[in-house]
Design a protein around this ligand. Structure first.
Ligand SMILES: O=C(O)c1cc(C(=O)O)c2c(n1)C(=O)C(=O)c1cc(C(=O)O)[nH]c1-2
Ligand SMILES: [Ca+2]
Length: 559
């Protein structure tokens, strides 16, 4: 069985991968070194498993591995248990999704959490299901929220202190973002913490009776009128947890609607990192990267904590808005901020004293009520595009090189605002957009970023936008997948690509590594999809030769 202690040591133990993030801190670093720049020429497929059926949509799942079994989710809220050595299927569970679910950005799932003898994952109709690891039988199942009101769930849960922590999706439908903690063994709700200022948090007694647990923020001062009631700030990517601070870190998405002129003010806690004490369910600190977001710079990106020496624990976040932030993980104090993409139009930089961006007011999309016909505000060109300098694909941090490996994208958009009113279960944007390329030869760039200096130490350009996560190892390698279908590896110090393998469909998922029987394995899920083919417009056409798929590939060194 998987214990809290095992989860807390996940990053250091090499025989298993228990959490999304390869350790709840989210570093995606494994100390394993058998596979390294010298040996990687012998890295070959060990097995591959097809998810089958017609349900081949975006495959963003990070596998988890325990006790010789791999648990991997597929699109359409499916999960498979496989023999980690041979790929033999042990069981599968297909959640029955109702008609009328409203995921904004493809029929995806990012993975499962392990606890006790359970494997726990969320479904697109906003439910959470815990299955017996050996049999696939449902042990508990809970409804998170109402899919007909626009709630969904795409993230992998994480475990902290016996609690399973989850977020919600639905920022494009005016849901209210929140983080919830449940007893991981029973599914019973323990606390719920909304991420829109003005909403009450709750703790629950063992009979499930709610008790008020303080309002999020003081009042709803940073929202005009009633807009906070449908304010978005969805916690859709999931979180990280650092046992040394006792805090769970969740990024929050865009405020709703996108049209920022309707909600003058900072709109807390949208586009922020919130640090929540897992014992009390209270927000201990927050840092907002894009106050009064007007571009869908949904600041949901993962906050990855690391040891900075001298007892200091810092966290890094590559925000969708194009800036990389370094914060004190205990206090939220801003230590550094710098761009990790080359073109940023909406701000000239981040003021390290106030923590606020220096906005370029003329590059905010215009107010429709000020437009000639009162229907369409002034269109502006903006970089990054709303798909972000980085999106759902998690980065990695190496304690060896002390570098972050960030899957970045260089692109822009034309964006304009339109009038909109909230209607339950309907898209709530009040904006239109057209994605634009900036460079002829690339959109994606894997970048090694020094959090101290803000320097990009190396980069590997990629024609299509990068949409897959990253893994780095003690063997001095960085692994990532490309939409063109390659799983590839570069030397962590130099960025020299030393290996690649064509998986047969685009990769939009993060790789993992573990060892069993003295051999090191690497796995990645392949299957093109996610937001780019849906929302990328002409950019998506540029990569429309990519085929959909759904399989997991596992590699090891040839003997
Ligand atoms: O605000 C939200 O609730 C929300 C949810 C999700 C999601 O759950 O996948 C995405 C987004 N926003 C989003 O803005 C976005 O660009 C996006 C890309 C993807 C993806 O998996 O490719 N999901 C989402
Ligand atoms: Ca969003």
């Amino acid at each position: 069985v998987v214990t809290d202690q095992m989860i807390e040591n996940d990053a250091a133990t090499t025989g298993d991968v228990l959490s999304w993030g390869v350790g709840t801190e989210g570093q995606r670093y494994s100390p394993l070194k058998k596979i390294n720049p010298g040996s990687i020429g012998k890295l070959v497929p060990a097995w591959s498993f097809s998810f089958g059926g017609e349900k081949q949509r975006g495959q963003e799942s990070q596998p988890v591995i325990h006790n010789g079994k791999m648990f991997v989710t597929g699109s359409y809220s499916r999960i498979f248990a496989l023999d980690a050595k041979t790929g033999r299927k042990l069981w599968k569970y297909e959640h029955r999704l109702p008609d009328g679910i409203m995921p904004c950005c493809d029929v995806i799932n990012r993975g499962a959490a392990l606890y006790d003898n359970l494997v726990i994952f969320m479904t697109l109709d906003a439910q959470i299901v815990a299955l017996n690891q050996d049999t696939g039988d449902v042990v508990w199942k809970e409804k998170i929220d109402n899919y007909a009101a626009g709630y969904s769930a795409s993230a992998a849960p994480i475990i902290a202190n016996g609690l399973v922590l989850t977020g919600v999706s639905g920022g494009e439908f005016g849901v209210v973002g929140r983080v919830e903690a449940r007893n991981a063994k029973t599914g019973a709700l323990v606390w719920s913490r909304p991420t829109v200022e003005g909403h009450m948090g709750y703790t629950y007694d063992k009979d499930g009776n709610p008790k008020e647990n303080g309002i999020s923020g003081t009042t709803n001062q940073t929202w005009p009128g009633d807009l906070w009631k449908t304010g978005g700030a969805a916690t859709w990517l999931g979180g990280t947890y650092d046992k040394r601070t006792g805090l769970a870190y969740f990024g929050t998405g865009n405020p709703a609607p996108w049209n920022s002129h309707l909600r003058k003010g900072d709109n807390l806690f949208s586009c922020s990192t919130v640090a929540i004490d897992v014992k009390t369910g209270k927000i201990v600190w927050h840092y907002q990267s894009t106050p009064n977001d007007g571009w869908d710079f949904d600041g949901v990106n993962e906050f990855v904590t690391y040891d900075a020496g001298g007892g200091k624990i810092l966290g890094g976040k590559a925000d969708r808005n194009g800036f990389f932030y370094v914060l004190d993980a205990k206090t939220g104090k801003l230590e550094n901020a710098f761009p990790f993409v080359k073109k940023i139009t909406w701000a000239t930089g981040i003021d390290l004293k106030t923590g606020r961006p220096n906005f370029v007011p003329e590059n905010r999309p215009g107010d429709p009520t000020a437009g000639a016909d009162g229907k369409k505000g002034q269109t502006v060109f903006s970089a990054p595009s709303f798909l972000g300098g980085k999106n759902q694909m998690p980065m990695a941090y190496s304690p060896d090189t002390k570098l972050f490996y960030v899957p970045a994208n260089e692109w822009g958009m034309e964006i304009w605002n339109e009038p909109i009113t909230y209607k339950k279960g309907a898209a709530y944007l009040g904006a239109g957009f057209t994605i634009k390329t900036i460079n002829d030869d690339y959109i994606g760039a894997m970048r090694a970023v020094d959090p101290k200096t803000g320097k990009i130490v190396w980069e590997v350009k990629n024609n299509a936008p990068l949409w897959g996560g990253v893994l780095t190892t003690g063997g001095g390698l960085v692994f990532w997948g490309t939409p063109e279908g390659y799983l590839q590896a570069a030397d962590a110090k130099t960025g020299k690509v030393v290996w690649k393998f064509q998986t047969g469909s685009g990769i939009v998922a993060p790789p993992v590594t573990w060892e069993e029987g003295g051999e090191q394995y690497v796995a990645v899920v392949s299957g093109w999809g996610g937001a780019v083919p849906l929302w990328g417009g002409d950019v998506a056409k540029k990569v429309n030769y990519l085929e959909q798929g759904g399989s997991v590939w596992v590699f090891k060194l040839m003997k």
